[in-house]
Ligand binder design. Structure first.
Ligand SMILES: CC(C)(COP(=O)(O)OP(=O)(O)OC[C@H]1O[C@@H](n2cnc3c(N)ncnc32)[C@H](O)[C@@H]1OP(=O)(O)O)[C@@H](O)C(=O)NCCC(=O)NCCS
Length: 189
């Protein structure tokens, strides 16, 4: 019992002390374009908000303040996808070293670049980083009526967990929580 408590305490201390989440930039070939996935910087937040506006018909659920705050926090990894240094997508993840759970906080790809594998590549990169950091599960919330994103998450192995009633602040819409177990199978790619 005491040993268990000590173990928990050590993990909680690590969580509080901060844990750097490292990520090496990567290049994907999408058609004849080289798309680079790289860590997001504070100067990227306006471009990230602009992508939100494009994918959500003028509405930016997070806005500049939320992105700036998230990018400044510990235990986070935010990446941007760039084409010729122009930001065309982003994805973010939080890491909980007490529960060993990674959580995708936000993801979007600007319309002209969707359905070419960029969203998949960003999620798989977050998965790889999560596994390398000892995470056992990856979770996310998605609006119950966002069928396109749900279909992609299912293709990537996420399973439905539960409905969170009134989760979204803007319209009190419901969220579907989805979970992906990590590190149980050898990845073939
Ligand atoms: C959800 C989202 C991030 C996915 O990004 P994406 O870059 O389009 O994702 P992918 O291209 O990897 O996958 C999308 C689809 O294209 C397919 N696809 C991937 N590469 C492809 C290619 N080269 N050619 C044709 N289709 C391809 C995928 O199989 C997937 O198919 P599906 O529609 O049957 O699921 C994007 O649709 C988006 O920004 N949506 C608005 C914001 C949003 O809803 N975010 C999620 C909040 S929880």
């Amino acid at each position: 019992m005491f040993r268990k408590f000590n173990h928990w305490l050590a993990k909680a201390a690590t969580e509080l002390a901060g844990h750097p989440v490292k990520f090496t930039p990567q290049t994907l070939l999408v058609g004849n374009r080289s798309i680079v996935l790289q860590p997001a910087r504070l100067g990227d937040t306006e471009a990230m908000v602009e992508i939100e506006r494009r994918v959500y018909q003028g509405y930016a659920p997070w806005g500049s303040l939320a992105f700036t705050s998230e990018l400044s926090r510990q235990h986070r990894l935010y990446m941007v996808a760039t084409d010729d240094n122009f930001i065309i997508g982003f994805a973010g993840c939080s890491f909980n070293w007490v529960k060993n759970e990674a959580h995708i906080t936000n993801i979007a790809v600007t319309p002209g670049y969707q359905q070419q594998g960029i969203g998949t590549a960003m999620i798989q990169t977050l998965e790889d980083v999560a596994i390398a950091n000892g995470m056992l599960t990856m979770s996310l919330e998605v609006r119950v009526d966002n069928n396109r994103a749900q279909r992609l998450y299912r293709q990537l192995g996420f399973e439905e967990s539960k409905i969170k009633k009134g989760y979204y602040e803007d319209n009190h819409g419901d969220a579907l929580e989805m979970l992906l177990p990590l590190g149980k199978e050898e990845k073939n790619d």
